[in-house]
Design a protein around this ligand. Structure first.
Ligand code: LLP
Length: 416
């Protein structure tokens, strides 16, 4: 469900015509619906209400200050992975006591800043990292809380690059080592290890992998508790899949129906880290057709957006629906939708049957709210595009397009 719908043949975001936004913002740009992202957050909040979990939005999926602020205003916490994300979360007004910090490679500077900020939990991904957090906390004369991210070694049916819960991947700590750490926790004088964290992967559309992982981790926690170890928090990660094409993902309620009964019995304080579920379908990427080229073998629709703006199609072979913003022309054509970048991997769609389009038409690349703008780059010296948010019948540019000056900042010709 989302709020990008056609009204009188024109694609609108909530009550605003996208063509009006394009006139003001120029193309390409990212566009977010405040209503869709709020609705998706509230769906999770409602479905999991019996547990009253801390819902930490995974800001790696969308780091726009206004997106974060909108969710923080609804009570969200934030799942961060870097000092930069922590800084932005604080700027958006997030409560440090609702911030959790995962990352396999936290630096000394990041750990110290997170301690100073007073975040809720470090989600620790290795034994040496735990020792380092302990050392830095001792130096700062502080005691911090940590959850151990376990790698439950369960299969997750998703793209190889977004599958994290197997021991062939760099994430988390194996069960045997986790048990040893809990049993020997007295040696970490400045860390209270009182939680367990899992995150098995992203864009997982069925419930079974989550249920399997949660059952496994709950049984593991039971066995630790039987040995007298105290645990307060269980962070079940993110990963809920969304509809890009013809997926039939479980709803938040169906997910909750399966896992709430298991989690309720534990009496643990539950943390969740959804990213894509909240913002994926709350954002689109809008680009303009520059040229049409037919080389006798293929038809190419060449647009002004490129793989530097939205890398998911080429990086994960991800499908994003593409629709003309204004439906004026009749008929369909099979084409490749490609950008201006000097790589054959610069595409949004291959051999896609699209309504006929012509020069200057606007195209909406749907479901681009998660892992869109945040993964964009300046490849080919292209400025990052603006981000726009709609709320009701208003729209605002919430991040400006980069300028040539932005692109050149910090770079200079040196004298030798
Ligand atoms: N928690 C942790 C520890 C994570 O690593 C992630 C995502 C999440 C939560 C949020 O997962 P979500 O609910 O969004 O599935 N760039 C890829 C996705 C990478 C996911 C990274 N970790 C893509 O575009 O599909």
């Amino acid at each position: 469900m989302h709020d990008f719908l056609f009204k009188n043949g024109e694609l609108c975001c909530e009550n605003v015509k996208i063509s009006d936004i394009a006139r003001k913002a120029g193309t390409p740009f990212y566009l977010y619906s405040h209503k869709t992202l709020s609705d998706h957050f509230l769906k999770i909040q409602r479905a999991f209400a019996p547990l009253n979990p801390i819902i930490c939005f995974a800001m790696k999926s969308n780091g726009n200050l206004n997106v974060i602020k909108s969710l923080v205003d609804l009570g969200a916490g934030i799942d961060i992975v870097s000092i930069g994300e922590l800084g932005k979360a604080l700027l958006a007004g997030a409560d440090p006591r609702k911030i959790v910090f995962a990352s396999v490679g936290k630096t000394e500077e990041e750990i110290a800043f997170a301690i100073e900020t007073g975040i809720l939990l470090f989600n620790v991904e290795s034994e040496p990292e735990l020792a380092e957090i302990n050392r830095i906390a001792a130096k700062m004369n502080r005691k911090v809380q940590a959850a151990l991210r376990i790698n439950p070694d369960v299969p997750a049916p998703t793209h190889e690059y977004t599958n994290t819960g197997s021991l062939k991947k760099k994430f988390g700590i194996d069960l045997r080592t986790t048990r040893q750490i809990f049993k020997g926790q007295s040696k970490y004088s400045h860390v209270k290890i009182n939680g367990v964290h899992i995150h098995i992967g992203s864009q997982i559309t069925s419930g079974a992998p989550f249920v399997g992982a949660i059952k496994k981790v709950v049984a593991f926690i039971d066995s630790l508790r039987a040995e007298g170890i105290r645990i307060e928090y269980l962070d079940i990660g993110g990963g809920l899949g969304i509809i890009y094409k013809d997926e039939n993902p479980q709803t938040a309620q169906a997910y909750a129906d399966k896992v709430v009964p298991i989690l309720e019995k534990t009496g643990l304080k539950i943390i969740m880290e959804p990213g894509r579920f909240i913002v994926g379908n709350a954002g689109i990427f809008v680009t303009k057709v520059l040229y049409i080229k037919d080389n006798g073998v293929k038809k190419f629709v060449i647009v002004d957006g490129g793989m530097n703006d939205l890398i998911r199609p080429t990086l994960y072979d991800a499908y994003h629906e593409i629709v003309p913003v204004v439906q004026t022309r009749t008929g369909r054509q099979k084409c490749d939708v490609v950008g201006p970048i000097c790589e054959s991997g610069d595409f949004f769609a291959h051999d896609r049957l699209l309504p006929k389009v012509g020069r200057n038409d606007l195209l909406a690349v749907m479901s681009a709210g998660a892992y869109g703008y945040v993964m964009s780059s300046n490849y080919n010296v292209r400025p990052r595009v603006p981000e726009v948010m709609v709320k009701g019948n208003k729209f605002k540019i919430v991040k400006e397009r980069e300028t040539f000056k932005d692109l050149m900042r910090g770079e200079k010709i040196v004298a030798w």
